[in-house]
Design a protein around this ligand. Structure first.
Ligand code: GLC
Length: 579
């Protein structure tokens, strides 16, 4: 859907830019970068097998330059049986044939660098695939062997070890332990997997594991990677003794379950497998390795931890550079809560000298064009599907998503975009059950839909087979018919399209150096209005449903139509700040 929006986008002259020394020298590029997440399975398919690949990504890089992003983050493309879409790695230092070869990676990286794009790869250190040679060796090795000591093997409880070592649950549903079978067919020890059965957890107390990951980091740094997004960066270390733990209701990757509320009477204790102090030693070690390399390489933490002051521990000066701001992602579309989370983010990250990050969508959550119109809580990873009550209104969802993105892109710090949000793609709700692949769906017997709905292959060309995702009609998840109208070529150059909104926002953001600016709140507005200046730009977001008078000033950007000089609900504008 596009908005017939006659807003004249006025760009300031380049010589007005308050471009800082940081940007001028190219140092610390990550402090204000817009980083675009590519989910390789679903971005672009060169081979025609219906699954995206590295050559497909390379061929489409120019469109990301047109969009105006600074860097790309690639979800895993490593050797993997794909039981968790590549987050189950069987070889950290090679490309899965599904996605191509190491040569294809090198070509992609060269092309990205030639276009001025940084490239961040995904590191999955909490667990391997059960197909990894290390785990296979552990399964056939004896109890107490060095091979088993790399993972979390334990004897069972109960009279004959028939019960798991403790009561932990997998993030994807079901128990977090699986029992092995000995070579003679008798039941053996159990191993821990915080995710799927096919994703055994490492024992990070084992120095051997640490040494392997130093090598993995060096492997990709030597190849020229500009950094790593670190998967489950709040996992890895488990509390000694692996005590029982019953999570309070919360998001599956953490949420309330990781709240460190020990001092609050009656509150849940921190989970013994999330956010243990020991993880920080690992990142300090990795930081030393990254710092050996030229060119400002970065570590970005996926740490589902509350509150933000706790997340900030991951980005202390000698640890990582960025941490995803999931508190922002999980904030409802409401003025008071948005103001609070923005303040909290800037304060928490600022206190350790790190930039705040901002994110609204990724491959694990319901796309924000649908999520922001949900009238009920949706826990991370649970997804929505045909039987979800009270399904979101797509028109409201798109309005809110555009307004929310325009708000986010005006904030100082670094923003993450998830592929397809620049097209306004909604969550795909009516996927046939037979097409679903997320282990969450299987491990909960369909009780949770999981994450497939945000992973449907992108539409590039309205009239091509698979909407130009690949050369054939094949697409590993079916694309809805309505996506013809959302295809990139149907939006490019069309005034009022979501793609043009993002493109304009990124250009203005760069020209006004908003990523390096600050938030000065503007008082005197109703509760539903989020209003601030960032340098030369005034940003006003109306999160309510009623129109308010359009603030005066030269209009730079509008997320939707502005009838009769009003700012309607679910709309954000950027104006040139009044002197
Ligand atoms: C992270 C990934 C998610 C994956 C999980 C297990 O949360 O983002 O997709 O399933 O880790 O690796």
């Amino acid at each position: 859907m596009t908005f017939d929006n006659s807003v004249d986008i006025v760009a300031p002259a380049r010589d007005e830019d308050p471009t800082s020394a940081l940007v001028a020298t190219g140092r610390e590029w990550w402090r204000n970068a817009v980083i675009y997440q590519i989910y390789p399975r679903s971005f672009a398919d060169d081979s025609g097998d219906g699954i995206g690949d590295l050559r497909g990504i390379t061929s489409r890089l120019p469109s990301l330059v047109e969009l105006g992003v600074d860097a790309i983050w690639l979800s895993p493309f490593f050797v993997s049986p794909q039981r968790d879409a590549g987050y189950d790695v069987a070889d950290y230092c090679d490309v899965d044939p599904l996605f191509g070869t190491l040569d294809d990676f090198d070509a992609l990286e060269d092309a990205a660098h030639a276009l001025g794009l940084k490239i961040i790869v995904d590191l999955v250190p909490n667990h391997t695939s059960s197909d990894h040679a290390w785990f296979r060796a552990a399964l056939t090795a004896a109890e107490g062997s060095v091979e088993r000591a790399r993972y979390m093997f334990r004897d069972g409880t109960g009279e004959s070890g028939e019960l798991p070592p403790n009561n932990w649950h997998s993030v994807f549903g079901g128990p977090a332990w699986t029992r092995t079978t000995n070579a003679d067919g008798t039941p053996g020890q159990w191993y821990l997997h915080l995710f799927d059965t096919t994703q055994p957890d490492f024992d990070w107390d084992n120095p051997w594991v640490r040494e392997q990951f130093r090598d993995v980091l060096r492997f990709w740094l030597d190849r020229g990677a500009d950094g790593f997004r670190v998967d489950v960066a709040h996992g890895m270390i488990k509390e000694a003794g692996l005590p029982d733990y019953t999570p309070v209701e919360g998001g599956s990757m953490g949420g309330a379950t990781v709240l460190d509320l020990g001092s609050i009477p009656g509150a849940a204790p921190a989970a013994p497998y999330w956010a243990q102090d020991g993880v920080h030693e690992i990142y300090r070690d990795w930081r030393l390795i990254l710092d050996e390399y030229p060119g400002d390489r970065i570590l970005a933490a996926e740490a589902w931890v509350d509150p933000l002051s706790h997340v900030a521990e991951w980005v202390r000066p000698d640890e990582m550079h960025q941490a995803f701001n999931f508190a922002y992602l999980e904030t409802a579309w409401s003025g008071p809560t948005l103001r609070r989370v923005i303040d909290d983010s800037l304060a928490a990250f600022g206190a350790v000298g790190a930039p705040s990050t901002w994110v609204l969508s990724n491959h694990d959550v319901v796309r924000h064009a649908s999520r922001l119109a949900l009238n009920h809580e949706n826990l991370q990873g649970h997804g929505i599907g045909p039987k979800t009550p009270d399904l979101p209104d797509t028109v409201i969802g798109l309005h809110r998503a555009r307004a929310a993105s325009a708000l986010m892109l005006a904030l100082p710090g670094s923003s993450y975009l998830y592929q397809g949000e620049e097209l306004g793609l909604p969550e795909v709700i009516d996927l046939p059950d037979s097409a679903r692949e997320d282990p969450t769906w299987f491990r909960t017997n369909g009780e949770r839909y999981g994450r497939d709905g945000c992973r449907v292959p992108l539409p590039w060309e309205a009239t091509a087979p698979s909407y130009g995702f690949g050369p054939s009609a094949a697409s590993w998840l079916p694309q809805p018919d309505e996506w013809a109208g959302l295809a990139r070529d149907a939006q490019a150059g069309v005034a009022g399209s979501t793609l043009e909104l993002y493109t304009s926002a990124l250009r203005l953001r760069r020209e006004h150096a908003l990523g390096l600016g600050s938030v000065e709140w503007l008082d005197g507005h109703a509760d539903e209005i989020v209003a601030f200046t960032n340098g030369a730009v005034t940003v006003v977001a109306n999160t309510g449903s009623a129109s308010v008078p359009l603030p005066t000033g030269e209009l730079l950007l509008a997320s939707g139509p502005l009838p009769g000089n009003t700012l309607p609900g679910d709309t954000t504008v950027w104006l040139r700040a009044q002197p």
